[in-house]
Design a binder for this molecule. Sequence first.
Ligand code: SF4
Ligand code: SF4
Length: 510
Amino acid sequence: MQPRDKIIPRFRTGIDLDKCIKCGKCAINCTYDVIEFEKEQNKPVVVNQANCVACQRCAVFCPSDAIYIEEYPVSYAPHAHWTPYYIRAINEQAKSGGVLIAGMGNDRPYPTIFDYIVLDACQVTNPSIDALREPIETRTFLGRKPKNLNIMEVDGKFMLDDIYPNVMLSTPLIIGHMSLGSISYNTYTSILRAVREVGTLFGTGEGGLHKDHCPYKGNTISEVASGRFGVSPDYLQGAAVEIKIGQGAKPGHGGQLPGEKVTQIISETRGIPLGTDALSPNPQHDIYSIEDIKTLIAALHEATEYNVPIGVKVAAVNNIAPIASGIVRAGADFITIDGFRGGTGAAPRVIRDNTGIPIELAVSSVDQYLRDEGIRHEITLIAGGSLRSASDLIKIIALGADVGMISSAALIAIGCKMCQQCPTGKCSWGIATGNPLLGERVDIKWASKRLVNLLHSWTAEVDEILGTMGIDSVESFVGNRDRLRYIGPNPQEAKILGVKHAGSRFEVGR
Ligand code: SF4
Ligand code: SF4
């Protein structure tokens, strides 16, 4: 490499040798070859400063807190337009000539609309509920709802006609799709264990379900993506099935698992030969219209003997409301909308950072459109792609979602440090990697407990928030935008959200 090709490192790793006990754990834990343990000198040495990605693995495992990671002190001359994000990207592309690939979600500093929304609370005339002592219902049901309740008599017994399959969730929160391969076997197993314990669902991601994971089928949503990898009648017997049209991190994009990542376990799960590329086309090649999607939904209903809800996942894009309407009319039982900050194992950075729209605007627009068309009550609306907290969850429910979906937050709970190195396969935490040795770094028992704790704590906080607003059931709060207020700078945004500005009163006669 010519010196002038050099890109100044983003981070600096330092080792305080006065504190260091020379155990060598930092070198063993670093997967980016930043630190080596020099046997002759008997001390750790930073050998590849430029490789540091701030994954923090070395610092967390250092028993003497001898390691620090900081932003590299050489800075770019300040420029409001030519920020380091663009200068670095141009330099990397000038060097490689390729498309920049990144993991996790869009990291551009677009405003986060959740932060411009505040929640209401009861005072004086509308009593709040004490969530610690009084019941608040957080269960919700995923699946199509009948238009009317028709009671019919069969053999002298009265039954409800037209009851569609629904899945009961103990909390209005599911874990989004992550395929085996994009995350490690241990991570996958940890998530499955957690959702089973809590009573919610995990999306299998593309590529099927490994035989070891079949006992957890009752807590999975089986994804049917464009590559159809791993799809079989048996695989479809999860709690629900979802056709993947798009995902928030890369709308209009498929997926690619290079042959070197198709290990024995991936080859068994996907049903493809060891070491072959697994390419998922950008579009589903049998879907070019709402009629086509209707055909696939009908086929999946038939394949599952009408026993499970069939849904469709789409990325949040400009025309999302009419798209959702078409999907409802095509017979889907649920729709998942993934916002533009949704995470991924790998995406072209130019797509990840510049396509799609925020989930807050997408959900409110879809909810209102479906209400205007009189079909909102027929389906379950799931929303994901950036939920960071219980307050984001309750806000997206108030904007119109029935259920929230998290993936990045789930991975953070089990150790992810958001370093965005997922596509490299070197995840030092063993989370986003197909490398079986690295994957073993995830302790299944510990990780599943952490995720259970997260799901329980968000559900408890949802209880608290609902109690504060005097609402005793999460289902009755769906789409209740009148309990939200807008404190942001953009009246047009508030209008699309359907949220009044702070200081506005309730509608008279509401
Ligand atoms: S992990 Fe910490 S104590 Fe051990 S060698 Fe590295 S810096 Fe020293
Ligand atoms: S999963 Fe691993 S590689 Fe990806 S952002 Fe998290 S810590 Fe980094």
